[in-house]
Design a protein around this ligand. Structure first.
Ligand code: SF4
Length: 708
């Protein structure tokens, strides 16, 4: 007897994956192994030539679930069988051989559930189709069992559908529990003629092509389990199938081709330690607001001269939302929409804030763009929304249609009357947070609008007509698949937005999702690649990891990066950040409701808006870092000559990591530019972290919510 694996150890802390490639013949599996036709399966060792436990699916599976897997061809006695799982009730003894998992339930699957495994069955053939009584027998051994027509043998994409579904279940599974999953791969079973080009009949050749197709899908499944943890995999066929040999057809009959099957088992090592999780930090500004600290002795009057000229943005922060989205770590409070008097007070304070800055500004200062963000600016009643535009015009000279004006909105608040007001005030860009058109995904995000409402809002925006529409979409939502992401993107593209921002899901401390323990999908990078490739083949250019712009759109603001907080920005409102020269400041960062509310109450009581109490003054070294972040992550790259003129040194000398990135294929240096490659852009949130100084890193790590 060969017993090379200790199942008692395996069942202590390994996941178990049982993949049965239904009907796979040994001769075909072996030939494909030798010819390299199954590269994924080949990675995990050679097939063993084994005796099948039955000659069709039902008896063979009943035997396997009772612990009787295919045994090596040369085994000639029951007692010499390799036993991974050993039933106490088969009449061949109640003492399990060493290294064997003893079970007293009808199947080892049920025993695994008793010791804490979450057991899943993903069916393929009709013996797993729970719409029938017979088809319900074997699925009933599992805690969770699934079957869908798209998993069946008549569907060409069945393995893809099964693997997608398995990965979805895997991503939703409780991380604290071990998983046992069985998958009945149906693709090789007849009919399989459609894997051949123009074939009309099943044959050994189409059987072979079906196996190659299965192999092309299994890598994702094995990788998915590797991300989950150490996994013991049993991979085999249940019986072979004939295509006319000796006059025999298919299976359920005894013939050496039916009775001899391929089998292997192997370990997939957990690879999370080696896998880069590339979503470390969204570097939309540098330094991050969690690195800001209390300041003293700073009067804005001493800094406003830095605004001379027109390289300035004006920003109004409206920190009110209908609900707090589960992933939101922005400064905003929910539930204020009926508290008109509070919002009124806020806007009046904002006016006081704007007036003090405007009166302190020396001559010769102009703004080349304006944005109103939040929060959800369109939650303001229409008269308060109009007041924001009045403040901009009265104090900063922003007249309708003179400079680009961008406004953020959410679907529930995108009403026609408010859009008409924006149009009247010359708003040139509307940015709407849709995130997904899939109801389940919106619920996962705790985003409180329906897909129908999002479509209606977009229809309203298009009907009123703005030069630039931006739609935000999120990927990496637990349970999101490439198909559901593509459906959302297709729906978004239908509205012909000039810009699309695709954001990876971050679950930050303090957010609603963080408290529920939900994590982004382990397939986030695959979803990113799917989104990027879709957009780039549908008329969009990639400007940064998140930003895609429609080719040929006349309205795109070239300095769109300023909207993310670059160049000088003067903010009014509570929670908005100002960047004036090398002074960055705002009210202390907080996410929690009570902290935000306290900041808002303090803001409304504030009399002096020229004394800066909380922020960060950038040294020359920090300015270099900011410049590098700004240009390499969001622009066309660092213009080497420009960098040298600014700082008197070479960027690649100041940041030796850039050369390492070039070696790894993440960046390119030519005579003029240092820029990220396509692979580098995909890793922006990982690579960008290299620009963070020790001082800023330490401050970010030690950040705690505080109120001045
Ligand atoms: S994500 Fe946007 S809409 Fe949602 S709570 Fe945050 S600021 Fe409001």
């Amino acid at each position: 007897m060969i017993q090379n694996i200790n199942m008692d150890k395996i069942t202590e802390n390994y996941n178990i994956l049982f993949v049965c490639i239904d009907s796979l013949r040994f001769d075909v599996a072996y030939e494909e192994e030798k010819s390299g036709g199954t590269p994924v399966l080949n990675k995990y060792g050679n097939w063993r030539k084994c005796q099948a436990p039955g000659n069709f699916t039902y008896p063979s599976h009943q035997a396997m679930f009772a612990g009787f897997f295919p045994v090596d061809e040369e085994i000639n006695e029951m007692k010499k069988r390799e036993k991974l799982f050993f039933s106490a009730d088969t009449g061949i003894g109640r003492k399990a051989p060493e290294g064997t998992f003893l079970f007293s339930q009808p199947t080892w699957v049920q025993e695994l559930a008793n010791i804490g495994y979450e057991t899943y069955c993903i069916g393929g053939l009709s013996f797993f189709d729970k719409r029938t009584k017979l088809g319900s027998v074997m699925p009933s051994y599992f805690k969770y069992s699934y079957w869908h027509p798209s998993f069946g043998c008549k569907v060409k994409d069945s393995t893809k559908n099964q693997v997608d579904f398995a990965l979805k279940k895997l991503s939703e599974a409780d991380n604290s529990k071990k998983i046992m999953m069985y998958i009945n791969i149906s693709a090789v079973h007849y009919p399989n003629y459609f894997y051949g080009k123009d074939e009309k009949k099943d044959s050994v050749e189409t059987h072979r092509l079906a196996l190659r197709y299965v192999d092309s899908q299994l890598g994702r499944l094995f990788d998915g389990f590797a991300k989950k943890g150490n996994t013991f995999v049993i991979c085999c066929s249940d019986h072979g199938t004939c295509y006319g040999e000796d006059g025999m057809w298919y299976h359920g009959i005894n013939h050496p081709i039916v009775n001899i099957v391929p089998y292997k088992h192997f370990i997939i090592e957990e690879n999370t330690k080696d896998t880069i999780w590339p979503y470390i930090q969204y570097m939309y500004s540098y330094p991050h607001k969690t690195a800001y600290r209390n300041l003293s002795g700073i009067n804005l009057k001493d800094w406003l001269h830095c605004l001379k000229g027109s390289n300035n943005s004006l920003y109004f922060h409206i920190p009110f939302c209908q609900y707090k989205c589960g992933y939101c770590n922005l400064f905003s409070v929910a539930g204020m929409e009926d508290n008109i008097s509070f919002m009124q007070e806020y806007i009046c304070t904002m006016e006081k804030h704007a007036r003090q800055i405007a009166e302190a500004m020396p001559d010769g200062i102009f703004f080349n763009e304006m944005s109103i963000g939040g929060g959800t600016p369109l939650i303001l009643p229409i008269h308060l929304l109009a007041q924001v535009f009045d403040i901009a015009e009265r104090h900063f000279g922003i007249k309708p249609g003179i400079v680009p004006v961008s406004v953020e909105t959410s679907p529930n608040q995108t009403e026609d009357e408010k859009l008409q007001l924006l149009k009247k005030h010359g708003v040139s860009r509307i940015s709407i947070g849709i995130q997904s058109f899939n109801k389940t995904e919106l619920e996962k995000l705790r985003r409180f609008h329906s897909p129908e409402c999002a479509i209606k809002a977009l229809g309203n925006i298009k009907a009123v007509g703005f030069p630039c529409l931006n739609i935000d979409i999120i990927y990496g939502i637990p349970g999101q698949t490439k198909d559901t992401l593509l459906q959302s993107l297709k729906q978004a593209v239908f509205f012909e937005p000039e810009e699309l921002f695709v954001y990876p899901l971050y679950v930050k401390k303090g957010t609603g999702l963080y408290k529920t323990g939900i994590k982004p999908s382990p397939d986030t990078m695959e979803l990113y690649i799917c989104a990027r490739d879709f957009l780039m083949s549908n008329g969009y250019m990639q400007k940064s990891m998140r930003c895609f712009q429609r080719t040929g759109s006349a309205c795109i603001q070239e300095n769109y990066s300023a909207l993310c907080g670059f160049n000088n920005t003067v903010s009014t409102g509570c929670g908005g950040r100002s960047y004036i020269g090398n002074l960055h400041y705002c009210t202390p960062y907080t996410i929690e409701y009570t902290g935000c509310l306290k900041s808002l109450s303090d803001y409304i009581k504030q009399e002096d808006f020229l004394t800066v109490k909380h922020g960060f003054i950038l040294s020359k070294d920090e300015q270099k870092r900011r410049y590098a972040v700004k240009h390499i992550l969001y622009g066309s790259g660092i213009l080497r000559k420009d960098y040298k003129e600014h700082f008197g040194s070479d960027a690649e000398q100041d940041f030796p990591v850039i050369k390492e990135w070039c070696r790894q294929g993440y960046a390119n240096i030519d005579d003029n530019f240092i820029s990220l490659s396509k692979d580098g852009i995909a890793l922006s949130d990982y690579l960008g972290v290299a620009f963070i100084s020790e001082d800023v890193r330490e401050k970010m790590e030690n950040w705690k919510p505080c109120i001045i």
